[in-house]
Design a protein around this ligand. Structure first.
Ligand code: FAD
Length: 305
């Protein structure tokens, strides 16, 4: 991964920042997808604004990619400019407020918060992806949602303006945030109001336990993008898929996981994103036919679909 950290006062060099024809499968946790026409890894506010200006002046569509753990990237790649957030990863503490840039891995952010003597996010330990991706889709685990302790989000609209949103919990729901349907913003920094503690070893133990549980239930064993479908009201998507006898069913290199029917895996590294999409459609049809329930994707489609 390129590094493009500037010294302070140094002028931004767009030629260095903008990379052409960047293969994206490496940024997808299911290891599929084509090439970004242009990609960049901004590491601060000024670089981000410069990139957004460039895209606007050249009428390029913009796609934001976090950890790629809940997105299916088209085999035909992503048009325009793909902003990969992995270099936006600083954090600082203000009293009980843990402030973190949105490209930092969530699991790492939880470790750093504990290091800073702040707790509350431990039950999200081991959840793949970035802080920004988790806020975008209001990720949750073990009864804790990322929105529960979120206090503010700073985001930049694609016109280069920075905004602060104070968080109101009633704007978040299962896998939805006020940002989910916005295609004109990049989440930049999040502030979490956490609980100060001197018992950091207890917090670390709690986090390690939930992460270990994820490991032992096999969800990291094969490349995937997590749950494909949201649970329809009153049902579990995985149970519906299992009742259609689809566990292990495959199209091309894409296969329904034997362990989690709501996950598709790329176990032999031969799947394409088109295989995965075809499998998603097949599952939807089968569940529709058998239960008259239409499954809706949790995952996001990025690029030329
Ligand atoms: C093995 C496995 C287990 C999982 N378990 C869970 C679970 O228990 N609970 C759960 O909720 N999810 C789970 N997931 C799904 C995934 O981990 C979460 O959805 C995660 O929060 C996605 O983060 P990301 O950075 O990878 O997002 P990406 O996949 O990169 O992006 C997802 C969406 O968010 C947008 N986005 C990302 N970052 C930004 C940003 N900074 N600004 C604007 N938009 C942005 C992208 O454009 C895209 O539309 C799991 C996934 C895997 C692979």
């Amino acid at each position: 991964m390129p590094t493009n950290v500037r010294n302070s006062g140094e002028k931004i060099n767009l030629d260095q920042l903008l990379l052409k024809q960047v293969p994206l499968a490496q940024y997808s946790s299911i290891h599929t997808g084509g090439v970004a026409d242009l990609a960049a890894y901004p590491s601060d506010f000024e670089e981000l604004r410069e990139l957004l200006d460039y895209a606007r002046e050249n009428k390029l569509p913009i796609t934001v990619l976090g950890g790629g753990t809940n997105s299916l990237i088209s085999d035909e790649g992503i048009e325009g400019l793909t902003i990969i957030t992995s270099h936006l990863k600083r954090r600082h503490v203000q009293g009980e407020m843990f402030c973190v840039r949105c490209g930092l891995g969530l699991d790492r952010a939880i470790d750093l918060a504990i290091e800073d003597g702040l707790t509350g996010l431990e039950l999200l330990g081991g959840l793949p992806g970035t802080v920004g991706g988790a806020i975008h889709g209001n990720s949750s685990a073990h009864g804790t949602s990322i929105s529960d302790l979120l206090y503010y989000v700073d985001y930049m609209t694609f016109d280069g303006k920075l905004h602060r949103k104070q968080i109101h919990l009633d704007e978040f729901s299962y896998r939805r945030s006020p940002f989910t349907d916005r295609h004109d913003i990049i989440l930049y920094e999040a502030g979490f109001r956490l609980y100060p503690t001197t018992q950091t070893s207890e917090a670390r133990k709690k986090k390690d336990e939930v992460k270990h549980r994820r490991k032992t239930n096999g969800q990291y064993d094969n490349p995937s993008i997590g749950s494909i479908f949201v649970n329809p009201e009153g049902y579990k998507a995985g149970a519906l898929i299992e009742q259609c006898n689809l566990k292990g069913y495959s199209i091309g290199g894409a296969q329904i996981s034997h362990r989690h029917a709501n996950m598709i895996i790329n176990s032999n590294a031969k799947a394409t994103s088109s295989d995965i999409k075809a499998l998603i459609e097949h599952v939807r049809q089968e569940v529709q036919q058998q239960f008259q329930i239409t499954l809706v994707e949790e995952i996001q489609y990025l690029g030329r679909w």
